[in-house]
Write a protein that binds this ligand. Structure first.
Ligand code: NAG
Ligand code: NAG
Ligand code: NAG
Length: 456
């Protein structure tokens, strides 16, 4: 979960999430909005309308040196450092690997399910890889809908708070097999050379048939070299996934890179049952793949590796600025089962903000959709649309206009002592964690948008 959206959050975006599709004539998925009885076709595009504009002529340092001592949230970064997606669209990338949730639903053993849920939690942050563009901060009341009949789910998200920025999302399977929801409140820290995003907010995955709920929090995300040098992204920290019905737990350690880069992008952990007995070891890289292996096989392998001198130095405490050159791929321990593998990025991804094939489709607007979407949907945001079309000047002026409109609306409300009311989510108690959470109140897909605010 990442990061997100405050004005400040520059680059943070990167912080947290991922993915895509794609074969050539990849066609068409039919989204059938049963409630309206309207069927329309969406062809998933494979390219953005325009290539990205080079950032070479823009120096982050030129901007930041004028801002020393300022609160990060007050610094306006030029649009050229953005990517043409709203943060709400960025978090929808968690859904890229929805097939893993379907798989978890189909498994009868709870430890097997936990393995696949762990793979899903890792895969959900994989789209962050090499994505150093900052998504647009959602405006208060902005929404994003993603209906994927082909993958059997629909998602709705809403920006429920501006200061602090909080994005809430709710996805559900069309066959009532699962619900996946959460709210993301990224806290950013500027460390001079890097920006660190702490993804506050809990992810909840409910497998309805199994009457199970899993919860976890995403890892920390750090974007290095924001001033000089090559930008790169690291994710680190411990992610603990809890199955609230069985008491099974999966503890995943996203390793910091370390001085020699040996640990770069590595994720390791284990699954334990209620009695704390280790049942599986999970390992891999969030940028590549994840495997699962029996703990005894794992221990035996580590012992034999040590004997043969292949022991690696523990350098976790060291700090790295430069992205290490050597990036060994995952060494597969014999007897392991593959849980997940990343889908390769499309060939032209580098000219498309390093988007995955999935990300490329997120802002696509078919004429038939326009009549159905809420007027607050990100796809209707003129600044993002202009950037996607390669018109940076229009994107900048539209972004400024929208932000000013948002400020004016806030002033009006405070004059009338009016409170902003969220439309599709309400603050409540997450029944599984007992903590405060933004919960979907339902009704979006009835598509009565008569009282939605005019934010664009
Ligand atoms: C960057 O600056 C150079 C020299 O000032 C100029 O020739 C080039 O067109 C600029 N590139 C962009 C993308 O603005
Ligand atoms: C895309 O990835 C390449 C290779 O790591 C990197 O050099 C480039 O800065 C990235 N572009 C963006 C927009 O993040
Ligand atoms: C749509 O919502 C508005 C107010 O929220 C209500 O007055 C109206 O009756 C609704 N329309 C339909 C068709 O349900």
């Amino acid at each position: 979960t990442y990061l997100s959206g405050c004005e400040s959050d520059w680059h943070l975006s990167n912080c947290c999430n991922g993915k895509h599709v794609g074969s050539r004539h990849r066609v068409v998925f039919v989204a059938c909005f049963l409630l309206l009885n309207i069927i329309f076709l969406i062809r998933s595009r494979k390219k953005l309308p325009a290539e990205m504009i080079s950032r070479n002529n823009f120096s982050v340092w030129n901007i930041l040196k004028k801002c020393i001592g300022m609160e990060l949230s007050k610094i306006a970064m030029p649009v050229v450092f953005n990517e043409p997606l709203s943060f709400l669209q960025r978090i929808s990338e968690y859904m890229e690997h929805t097939h893993l949730i379907h798989k978890a639903c189909s498994l009868s053993d709870s430890i097997d399910r936990m393995q696949v849920v762990a793979a899903f939690a890792v895969s959900a942050v994989a789209s962050q890889w090499e994505r150093t563009g900052k998504p647009f901060n959602p405006l208060l009341g902005e929404t994003y809908e993603l209906t994927r009949e082909d993958e059997g789910y629909r998602l709705i998200s809403e920006q429920v708070s501006h200061h602090p920025p909080i994005s809430a999302f709710h996805a559900e399977s069309l066959k009532k097999e699962f619900e996946f929801h959460g709210s993301i409140y990224p806290k950013l820290k500027f460390w001079g050379k890097s920006v660190e995003a702490e993804p506050k907010g809990t992810m909840t995955l409910e497998l309805l048939k199994h009457k199970e709920a899993y919860t976890w929090t995403n890892p920390m995300c750090c974007v290095h070299n924001i001033i000089l040098g090559k930008l790169w992204i690291e994710q680190y920290g411990t992610v603990e996934i809890v199955n609230h019905r069985t008491g099974d737990k999966c503890v995943l350690n996203f390793k910091p890179c370390g001085m020699f880069g040996k640990e770069l992008h590595k994720v390791e952990g284990h699954i334990q049952d209620k009695s704390k007995k280790k049942r599986r070891v999970i390992y891999g890289k969030w940028t590549e793949c994840m495997y699962s292996v029996d703990p005894k096989v794992y221990e035996a392998y580590k012992k034999s590796e040590k004997k043969s001198g292949g022991e690696s130095k523990n350098c976790e405490a060291e700090e790295a600025d430069e992205m290490p050159e050597v990036q060994e791929t995952v060494t597969v321990i014999p007897g392991s089962a593959l849980l997940w593998r990343i889908t390769p990025r499309p060939a032209h991804s580098a000219q498309m903000y390093n988007f995955t094939s999935f990300a490329i489709t997120l802002n696509e607007l078919e004429p038939s959709m326009e009549r159905l979407l809420s007027p607050t949907d990100c796809r209707l945001r003129p600044d993002i649309r202009a950037m996607e079309n390669g018109d940076i000047d229009l994107a900048s002026s539209e972004k400024e206009r929208l932000e000013e409109k948002q400020r004016a609306a806030r002033r009006e409300r405070s004059k009338d002592e009016e409170e902003w009311s969220t439309r599709w989510f309400q603050m409540g108690t997450n029944p599984h964690t007992g903590a405060e959470d933004w919960l979907y109140t339902g009704g979006y897909f009835d598509r009565n948008f008569t009282d939605c605010p005019n934010i664009y």
